[in-house]
Design a binder for this molecule. Structure first.
Ligand SMILES: [Zn+2]
Ligand SMILES: [Zn+2]
Length: 420
């Protein structure tokens, strides 16, 4: 019997892992230039944390969470996103807020029980940032431009920034009231689920993908027209900064994102390669969440980016270049004595930073040479019984086929010289 990974989960193997490492390295360099520091929170949290922050009537909480009772009878859950965890960690740590706020970035797996399909997994990976402690629109602009810079660095060019403002907590109540009033009159035209959503949390109707609901949603008054003066000014100022930065955007007046904690700015970066369904990155402001989770009243904003979707978009746009780092030296030993002597030398060379591997089998020289070719090693070092006797090792440069004998005594220096 052969075991398989669970549905919606997958192994990330070589050579694809090289791409992941490359994207992560690029991202870390950019996070660092923006002065964000890494945070690693547990994958498992108390269930209530997400129910309370993401929202009881959201799809994530209603249908997509991996929640269960642990052996102590605690209700726990695999994190469906990282924002709530970051806020919890911040509040638990008593980290002081610097003047500019706390700036976190994170990388890691998230879990949602979605129907597996292209680019969507039950264990998927996000990288993202959270800035806690500021209500300034400049931070919104920073987070948006940071997410765009990441996509550019990854090699993605064609995507669209969708932008909206939901206003403050009070405005959201006004918007909900207004929408409920309008939709109530056309209740029968909504899908069954939305009829329920309308009663419990009308903004969730705006997440609906059903055609008939989408048509009704399009007729609703734009949220930016229903928000208070102060929130309008915040939104206006953000747009001015984006224009200053020459960042193109499109206002999507019914964009809400599928999470309850958002206030004011919400945004999505949508790939033209993947089609409009899937956002590559998305985020927004959540000015009430810190207080809602028991902390002080502080503004906050963040975004997350989906690694699997980025990789899918890169594959579709053919901007993939998976070059495995080639091996400096492939060591071939023949016979037991040579095996031990070679292994000893290999360990010395590894400590010098040389990438070297050997063939541990008893196969023939010919078979081992074929393997060296497949591995695209720069050099092959051959140690056989004859070589041990003479005190000379045979070095072959694979590109030219040039061979030379190197004295055993100064082999390390000679190899370092050739690999520099
Ligand atoms: Zn407002
Ligand atoms: Zn619907």
């Amino acid at each position: 019997m052969v075991y398989k990974a669970l549905p919606g989960t997958k192994d990330i193997l070589p050579p694809e892992i090289l791409l992941w490492q490359e994207l992560e390295e690029k991202a870390k360099a950019i996070f660092s230039s923006y002065h964000y520091q890494e945070i690693r929170t547990p994958i498992m949290e108390e269930l209530k944390l997400f129910v309370r922050s993401v929202g009881e009537t959201t799809d994530i909480v209603e249908k997509e969470m991996f929640s269960f009772k642990d052996r102590g009878g605690r209700e726990v859950c695999l994190r469906p996103e990282a924002t709530a965890s970051c806020v919890r960690a911040y509040l638990q740590s008593n980290l002081p807020l610097s003047e500019a706020g706390v700036k976190f970035f994170y990388l890691g797996p998230m879990f949602r029980a979605e129907r597996p399909q292209a680019g969507r997994y039950r264990q998927f990976h996000q990288m993202g940032v959270e800035v806690l402690g500021s209500t300034s629109y400049l931070v919104d602009a920073e987070v948006i431009s940071l997410s765009i810079e990441l996509l550019h660095a990854f090699g993605l060019k064609s995507f669209l920034l969708k932008l909206n403002s939901l206003g403050c907590f009070e405005d959201k109540k006004v918007i909900s009231e207004k929408y409920r009033e309008i939709l109530f009159r056309k209740k029968e035209e909504l899908c069954l689920l939305c009829q329920k959503r309308m009663e419990r949390n009308v903004l969730r109707v705006l997440d609906c993908k059903e055609g008939k609901c989408k048509r009704l949603i399009a007729e609703l008054p734009p949220t930016p027209e229903l928000i208070c003066k102060e929130c309008q000014k915040h939104f206006q100022s953000l747009q001015e900064v984006l224009s200053l930065l020459k960042i193109d955007y499109r206002i999507e007046p019914h964009l809400v994102r599928g999470i309850d904690y958002y206030t004011r700015t919400v945004f999505e970066l949508v790939s033209e390669e993947l089609g409009a369904q899937d956002a590559l990155a998305a985020g927004g402001r959540y000015d009430n969440l810190i207080e809602y989770l028991g902390g002080p009243s502080l503004g906050a904003v963040g975004f997350a980016l989906g690694m699997e979707r980025i990789i899918l978009a890169l594959k579709k746009s053919c901007r993939l270049n998976l070059e495995e780092k080639c091996l400096d030296i492939f060591l071939i030993t023949l016979g037991e004595e040579a095996g031990k002597e070679g292994f000893f030398l290999m360990q010395l060379l590894r400590k010098k930073g040389i990438s070297i591997d050997m063939d541990y089998t008893e196969k023939s020289l010919k078979a081992k040479m074929r393997r060296a070719n497949r591995l695209k090693a720069k050099f092959v070092l051959i140690i056989g019984e004859e070589e041990i006797k003479q005190g000379n090792y045979l070095l072959r440069e694979m590109s030219s086929g040039k061979q030379e004998l190197l004295r055993k005594e100064n082999i390390t220096e000679e190899l370092c010289k050739r690999l520099r």
